[in-house]
Design a protein around this ligand. Sequence first.
Ligand code: 13P
Ligand code: SF4
Length: 303
Amino acid sequence: MNQKDMIKEIDRLKKEKDVIILAHNYQVPEVQEVADVIGDSLALSRAAAEVDNKVIVFCGVHFMAESAKILSPNKKILLPAKDAGCPMADMITAEDLKKYKAENPNTTIVTYVNSSAEVKAESDICCTSSNALKIIESLDAENILFVPDQNLGRYVKEKVKNKNIELWPGFCITHHRVKGTDVDKVRKAHPDAEILAHPECNEEVVNAADFVGSTSQIIKYASESDNDKFIIGTEMGVLHKMEKDNPDKKFYLLSTGLICNNMKKTSLKEVYEALKNDQHEIDVDEEIRIKALKSLDRMLELS
Ligand code: 13P
Ligand code: SF4
């Protein structure tokens, strides 16, 4: 089937099966184009909780589809690319967290949504990159463990001086590998461009950035800024919307390494097959789901 026919079929199946397609900002352009909602992790969690379609096709990675199931247990949640995971989410297990909690009973656990349902279930509250600072500032807690992303955690810790924040040593393999020397190189080539970076980047990159935010916050900033050149310090998928919304502005990727292989596992073909064959359905154990829901609901109430 050619791409045009596939898009037509996706549209037809969407109506026939009462499906909504949610896509993360890192998805490939053609998948973003067939999506009903495109956004960052927070916007997609909100959408998953609010929409009333029978089926959600979640174009992203496993923890995102799992969060949708936690928030909307009566909907069928499909992840088109079965093995699209997040290496950062795998850097902590529920067992690790249980052990930590037994040794540190007076610590509040704040968990980045890039984590498994089991880890969320052992947490006090979740956050995303767009609300982490607000969530931590609002907590009435002296001691906090932030899991699993050390970079997002450190970014918040530097701004919140009245709490003890311990960081789990996890990281995003895509963002963490960008170096300060990459910043120097691109800055030299485009001295009047603004640097927009994701807080999953390491300290050298975040400190050099003119703006730090979630994927949607970066996209919004680029549209609203008077500047016309930007160096982008997050996964390359965001370039599609930025270039589409701002045809007169120039965008340069901070490093050619800013590509997440897991986010790129979903092509139009996987989306079509997910719709046609109702694959691959995501399920969460009910006991885990109820506990994880508490952490996600607390986050949504505070965002
Ligand atoms: P946000 O879209 O929430 O900024 O998340 C980035 C990310 O790495 C998702 O895996
Ligand atoms: Fe995970 Fe990083 Fe890929 Fe996001 S970009 S899904 S944090 S590996």
